[in-house]
Write a protein that binds this ligand. Structure first.
Ligand code: HEC
Ligand code: HEC
Length: 268
């Protein structure tokens, strides 16, 4: 048998077997990526395109904001303090600064106002990174940018280690008696939603595992958590490295944002 004659379009067996393999592949793709996602109820009320992207495991929308020209914010660890300020001194200096300039809003004794996050017990690297981002304008906020503008790097460092050294404040908004955590929120936090590329919040935010610079969210007010998620979703807040949070928040519905906000507000 001559191989050249076997693999030629004039050989009807060859044409038939290659043709049917291609036809089976096309039908399988249509079923797997179009028909099943279009019929599945697991995607909620997403558009057909978003469903197809979900089935293929790629985001349906990429961030198209105009902040790409800026240097990305990239501090994920708390740099070691200069030798002039050993840890205890740093915490002491931080305490003085905080009492004078910060505690009226980030109060560590009484609950903080709902728009300002409680900082007691927050990871030091988070506080340091956020303060640097306010200073550089990577994260914008009329109040905080003004307050932090003239502060030295040592001040930011001392404030970060001071707040991190405090025990976390009690959760601001307790869940009502007899009411367990919301099922939607618990699922998103602990399992995420692979079909929409949402990784479990707990895999980055400290309950299961922690990824660099992700804040502890337990006990923050629901109003603050929801506001930040909306700001990430719209791209108004864009200081998250590699768009980690924007990619999550853009996929969430307003109801899910409210549910996780209440979940975290009631968690210690
Ligand atoms: C007048 C009230 C006010 C004062 C005073 C103030 N802050 Fe803030 N701070 C806020 C608000 C409001 C936000 C939330 C900003 C936003 O919505 O993005 C914030 C956010 C922050 C964050 C971000 C926390 C996070 O989890 O993302 C840090 C860190 C912070 N402040 C530290 C400080 C420090 C340190 C001082 C003192 C030098 C200070 N703040 C003084 C109101 C205040
Ligand atoms: C891939 C890791 C990752 C996942 C998954 C993730 N986050 Fe985040 N999140 C981050 C990082 C990192 C930041 C800090 C961004 C920055 O640099 O300011 C952040 C910041 C936030 C903030 C702002 C907090 C503050 O104090 O300002 C909120 C709220 C938040 N995430 C909620 C969530 C929720 C709710 C989920 C799950 C639906 C989630 N995140 C999933 C990594 C993640």
């Amino acid at each position: 048998m001559n191989e050249e004659r076997l693999f030629t379009l004039r050989n009807p067996w060859f044409v038939w077997s290659v043709g049917s393999t291609i036809a089976i592949a096309i039908v399988a793709i249509l079923i797997g990526f179009v028909w099943l996602p279009a019929r599945s109820t697991a995607f909620g009320d997403l558009s057909l395109w978003a469903r197809i992207c979900g089935a293929a495991g790629v985001p349906s929308s990429w961030y198209g904001g105009n902040d790409t020209s800026k240097v990305p914010s990239n501090v994920v660890v708390l740099p070691p303090s200069g030798t002039t300020h050993p840890m205890a001194d740093s915490i002491g200096r931080g305490a003085t600064l905080a009492t004078q300039h910060c505690s009226m809003c980030h109060n560590v004794v009484a609950p903080a106002p709902v728009t300002a996050p409680s900082l007691a017990g927050q990871y030091a690297d988070v506080i340091y990174k956020e303060l640097r981002d306010f200073q550089s304008g990577q994260r914008q906020n009329a109040v905080m940018q003004e307050i932090i503008a003239g502060r030295s790097d040592q001040d930011l460092h001392d404030l970060a280690v001071y707040y991190a050294s405090l025990p976390p404040a009690p959760a601001v908004e307790k869940a009502r008696a007899g009411e367990g955590p919301d099922a939607t929120a618990t699922r998103l936090v602990m399992q995420g939603d692979p079909q929409r590329n949402i990784a479990p919040c707990a895999a980055c935010h400290g309950q299961l595992d922690r990824k660099g610079a992700a804040p502890w969210l337990g006990g923050l007010s629901a109003a603050y958590v929801a506001a930040q998620l909306h700001a990430f979703a719209s791209g108004e807040r864009h200081n998250d490295i590699n768009e980690q949070m924007r990619n999550v928040a853009r996929q969430m519905t307003p109801e899910e944002i409210d549910a996780v906000a209440r979940y975290y507000a009631a968690m210690q």
